[in-house]
Write a protein that binds this ligand. Structure first.
Ligand SMILES: Nc1nc2c(ncn2[C@@H]2O[C@H](COP(=O)(O)OP(=O)(O)OP(=O)(O)O)[C@@H](O)[C@H]2O)c(=O)[nH]1
Length: 355
């Protein structure tokens, strides 16, 4: 590897596994390491890009859609070109793949990149320990992703009992071959683990050879997107907390992931609420409205077999309907039940410090 080459690490894992959380931990704790970030969000609104703040001001959102579906690597190359400018002096670039990405495709694109200043730096797969068995059942390709990984982070260790965690770890280790497998809560891994695992040129660790990655059987790709729909919603009308909770409590089984920010209007004018749902897991993280920020609710919903029109209609029904539709003083309680308690980090703890 020449001295000028910047390793590009791919950070992948299924929807909601904790990629953004881990990335923010890295940005916060990798003092001295200059990290460039590319976020490959899924949906019209770049929620992830809004919640990742690069240390060097080099956060680039790849915009709508999934990078692994791009027909050619031109967009990726364009962004790599920007991030590898010598004046940025980046030590490493991390691409956070969308939760529905096919990491093999991303790796292929990186290996095929004509940018001489980058070198593939390995695949980090984040696994949600609590959802692992169910995700694997629905997505057999999980096994193939783990086989490609150089480092697997079994995240959300705090959400499963010790024996369950051990079982997940053993299964993951069996699938991940020679890759390192570590447990983490809230993505708190030692940054050295990631940045030292730069793969020497021409060699990919793990069980698959470089030929497997480059020329692997295309038909094997059961591409997860086909089965998933994304619904994005932006509204300047505040939402009624009680109706929002009724919607969330009754959300359809297929609606696996929901993320974004909501404005609860007069129920709490001082805060916006960051919201995350992953499977049946639901959390709200209140945070002061950033000064000068337009008060919007922005949500991305991802699921399979969901009725997009019905979801839009239900969400529209959560909007406050004129001055008489005012939430009473108890309306916020349902939301507050899902705000993490003191023993669980709040979203702001997972964000990098202000620069
Ligand atoms: N209890 C617990 N919650 C976690 C942990 N890591 C992440 N979370 C929460 O899980 C939710 C999803 O985390 P994200 O980091 O946004 O997940 P992601 O993989 O980036 O999600 P997508 O971009 O949608 O694929 C958020 O509410 C996080 O706060 C963890 O280790 N334990």
């Amino acid at each position: 590897m020449s001295a000028q080459q910047v390793p590009v690490v791919v950070l992948a894992g299924f929807l909601g596994a904790g990629k953004t959380t881990l990335l923010n931990h890295l940005l916060r704790s990798a003092r001295g390491t200059r990290i460039g970030v590319m976020v490959n969000d899924f949906g019209d609104i770049g929620i992830d890009a809004m919640t990742v703040a690069g240390q060097v001001g080099s956060t680039v959102s790849l915009g709508n859609g999934c990078l692994c579906c791009a027909v050619d690597a031109s967009e990726l190359d364009e962004y790599l070109e920007v991030l590898t400018r010598p004046e940025l002096r980046l030590d490493v670039i991390v691409i956070e793949a969308s939760g529905l990405a096919e990491p093999q495709e991303l790796i292929r694109m990186l290996l095929a990149s004509e940018n001489r200043r980058v070198v593939y730096g390995g695949l980090v797969e984040v696994v949600d320990a609590a959802e692992f068995a169910a995700t694997r059942e629905r997505h057999p390709e999980t096994d193939r992703h783990l086989a490609l990984a150089d480092l697997v982070v079994v995240n959300k260790a705090d959400r499963v009992p010790a024996d369950g965690l051990r079982a997940v770890r053993e299964t993951v280790a069996g699938l991940a071959g020679r890759a390192a497998v570590i447990e983490a809560a809230h993505g708190r891994i030692d940054p050295e683990l990631l940045f030292d695992r730069v793969v020497p040129e021409g060699e990919i660790t793990g069980q698959m050879s470089i030929e497997d990655v480059l020329y692997g059987d295309e038909d094997e790709h059961a591409h997860p997107h086909a089965a998933y729909d994304t619904v994005s919603l932006t509204t300047a009308v505040p939402l009624h907390p009680r109706r929002l909770m009724a919607f969330l409590d009754a959300r359809p089984q297929g609606l696996y992931r929901l993320k974004g920010f909501v404005d609860l209007g007069p129920a709490d004018p001082a805060h916006r609420y960051r919201v995350h749902a992953v499977g049946r897991f639901l959390r709200f993280y209140p945070e002061p409205w950033p000064a000068g920020e337009e008060r919007l609710s922005q949500l991305v919903l991802i699921g399979s077999g969901v009725d997009a029109a019905a979801l839009r209609k239900e969400l529209a029904g959560c909007e406050l309907d004129g001055p008489d539709d005012t939430p009473d003083e108890h309306a916020l309680w349902g939301v507050l039940r899902y705000v993490p308690q003191d023993d669980e980090p709040r979203a702001e703890d997972e964000l990098p410090p202000e620069r």
